[in-house]
Design a protein. Sequence first.
Length: 325
Amino acid sequence: MSFVRLMTGDVSPEQLGFTYSHEHIICRPGHWIERGDMDLVLDDEKKGEEEVLEAKKCGVDTIVDATAIDYGRDPQAVYNISMRTGMQIIGTAGFNKGFLWDAKMPERDYTYQEWIEKSSEQELTDFVVKEVTVGMQGTSVKGGQVKFGTGYNSISPLEVKTIRAVCRAHLETGAPIHSHTEAGTMALEQMRYLREEGVDLHHVSFGHMDRNPDSYMHLKIADTGAFLCFDGIAKVKYNPESTRIQCILELVKHGYQKQILVSGDTARRSYYRSYSHAVGLPYIKETWVPRLIEEAENRGFNGEQLVKNIFIDNPRECFAFKKVK
């Protein structure tokens, strides 16, 4: 029987409800703290709770917190927010992209990069497995997906190392895989290592697809059975919403609406309503979804069904643990 691993325990996929597939609630990324960019630091648990409550009030049932250990993850704080608000939250085991590894590890005299360099692939695999099966960072809060990432138009040897470790942790635990693709690049190239490790790509979601609005690439990814996460909603500085919606509807036109996920990757204070009076977490549900329905209907698609696929049916499939052989 399949299940989804929330921070608060395992549930059936049918219990997920309306799901945001890639967000950040509490994160203290050392890379950005050391450089003085506090906009990327979400360290106020009270404000995080306020924002999650706003999302819950507008009908969001589940949030995937995609914060990995090297991005300043705080699983206990997010667990506390989940318990106080009733929001279902999926935590993330594994790693982020390479350039963040130059930050110092908390209470250690070396960096994440040095940790990954000196660790074997098996040691890193064991670390990720423990995050899924025992708990993250000394807590009993378990990860519900495993993550790796690569840089802009590049995959470093250390990133290959973490890709292989995450793939092996997936095969051992059944946890779904999430891939960070910097600015939407290198997803197809990452697949080489996923295939070498024997991963069924239907158990993988590729993030930041709307940062690279290339429908040719999107269709190639969809052909493999993988999920595509359009997680830059409201970030008009990168692309207008019309571009994102066009890419999504192009996938729908080719029959891939059951492989699409949507979220906001809301990882800056300036994106959050509780920190800065921005549109915040409610924007997707309140504003963007009605627009998607309207534009889908104008193209001859069933808009309500598409929303159900993207936010309810597809997360149930994507975030369910696979059966381990």
